[in-house]
Ligand binder design. Sequence first.
Ligand SMILES: [Zn+2]
Length: 451
Amino acid sequence: MNCILRGVRVIDPLARRDAAGQDVWLSEGRIIAIYKHMGEGTLPVIDLTPPPGGTPVILCPGFIDIHTHLREPGDEGAETIHSGSQAAAAGGFTQIVAMANTVPPIDSPDRVKEATFRAVAASVQVLTGCALTKGLKGEELVDMEACAAAGAAAFSDDGRNGFSPRLLSEAIGRAVSLGRPVMIHPEDEEVLAQVNRVQGPVQRCSLRPVEAETRAIDYALRALAHAGKGHVHLQHVSSAAGVEMIRRAKEGGANVTAEATPHHLGMWLPFATEPQPAGLLKVNPPLRTDRDREALIQGLRDGVIDTVATDHAPHRVEEKALPYDRAAPGMIGLELALAVCITLGGMSGDWIPTLVDRLTIGPYRVLGKASGIREPRLRIGEAATCVLFDPEAEWTVEPAHLRSGSQNTPLLGARLHGRVLMTLVDGALVHHDRQRLPWPASAAGTETARG
Ligand SMILES: [Zn+2]
């Protein structure tokens, strides 16, 4: 592509840049220049200038998702690295961290290497999340040093929380020299086992009270304090009480970070009819009350919550069609994240720059440079990794248009605002909404696949 995008709002949080009415000159996947007004000469111009009083489209660094489930290896019928990374590209995500709970789990240096190798040709950069404990069982730490050397970007037993505070404390201490975050799925398994009256794995149990979250957060914060150094990251916080604990811990100087998912921020059931099957609404931790949702939004706005993370969790149809108690937990999120945050998650209008922050430098800071994450920046002259989106554009969530290998979202048929028009990764065009962003023939050039 070789063209000028006219009338764009450019937001680059690390550069402290937020300027409307810009012309962006793109050539062969590079941003050649960003100016207030460019004489086009012979270049084709795609005029995106909004009508007076209208909302401009936004160009910003590509989004980062630190919490994605790709089901490869083990359940490629639900998602593959290929389909999941295409869904990421369609959602504006250019770097994602794949969780380790595949079959088998990514819990050894060899498996980290294999997983990293498998993802080399993906549409977006896929970083490898490594389990914290072998087999996600909570009994024995993985060889953290060797797994980091093999390419692990972060450590998480996501889906499980079976380790003792003592083991967690050791992990936090060991992670310091590796510069990798330890990420916690904060749902205490003792509490879950008690309220559900079960023994053994508790992933599918449907009773998941707030106490499970607050107790797990409490343990994680104690483990961090006991380690006396290091960083702990709390995944998918879901309750007002959880937000409050994190707020207090941060005020007290603890090196803790946290994420919220689009569905916990936004989904207070804007549905005309209950989604069918009911299992589509099942997610761990569960969607709670309006008060919890409002606390999460407030936390995201004021920075107690550092980042939006999708917890993209694809499942085959039959896994969600089971009776609610046995249905698989989780929903897809990569392609819906932006629109859900804008439409339902309290991040529209003046909150858009904050949302961009929480989708770019927020996750970048959680991961840290040593993880292999790349700095989210719009750099002149370099192959671009960026996203162009229209915060107002309205669209309908249609199964046929989703790129994920699964369609388990209660939002099928919903009307949402916020649409990704174009995603570039290392200069390659990995997503392009041809209807809303028609290239003039003269601008098209070659559209190359990455990798
Ligand atoms: Zn989780």
